[in-house]
Design a protein around this ligand. Structure first.
Ligand SMILES: [Zn+2]
Ligand SMILES: [Zn+2]
Ligand SMILES: [Zn+2]
Length: 172
């Protein structure tokens, strides 16, 4: 489990800002994003593929959207809970490089799965996350890539966010 379970997350969001009582909070989290890669460059903007449990699991900061009061913050790695890992997750670029061609069959198109820093506002309905980093920027970490032509797949064996050695904790 991450730093928050769903019950605590819901309680924090339901309570709103502890200072100004605003109900709109900004949530920062790391979310799963799928991208189509051609010759090692993204061919599309990618799309989110997380669910609600993963949204909660990756949460590392919650602040008031009006007055910026911090209502929750944790400095450990949002993926593996390593002490101080958040800083590396936000400041480092991806450590898993995607090759120009599939190592198995030379195909130029690969699918990538990344964990990407994102922000979303609480309020009515499901939060709509905005990425805080694009492919290649700090905070955008490739977890795996795969080829649909030959089924070759490469998955990072370390923590994709902070580079700590595995095994990684399970995610919900
Ligand atoms: Zn506030
Ligand atoms: Zn980590
Ligand atoms: Zn292939």
């Amino acid at each position: 489990m991450g730093q928050l379970d769903e019950a605590r997350f819901e309680a924090l969001i339901g309570a709103g800002c502890t200072k100004c009582s605003s109900k709109v909070l900004e949530i920062r989290t790391f979310l799963d994003r799928r991208l189509l890669i051609m010759l090692a460059d993204p061919n599309d903007a990618g799309r989110w593929v997380h669910d609600g449990e993963k949204f909660v699991d990756g949460t590392y900061r919650i602040t008031c959207a009006s007055c910026s009061t911090v209502v929750f913050e944790d400095e450990s790695c949002p993926r593996c809970n390593a002490v101080g890992g958040l800083e590396r997750a936000l400041e480092d670029t991806s450590r898993l490089a995607i090759p120009k061609r599939c190592p198995g069959c030379n195909e130029i198109e690969l699918l990538a799965l990344a964990l990407v820093a994102a922000k979303a506002k609480s309020g009515a309905g499901t939060p709509k996350p905005e990425p805080l980093a694009e492919f290649g920027e700090p905070g955008h970490h490739t977890v795996a890539f795969a080829c649909e032509s030959c089924d070759a797949a490469v998955v990072t064996q370390k923590c994709p966010l902070c580079d700590a050695t595995g095994p990684l904790r399970p995610r919900p």
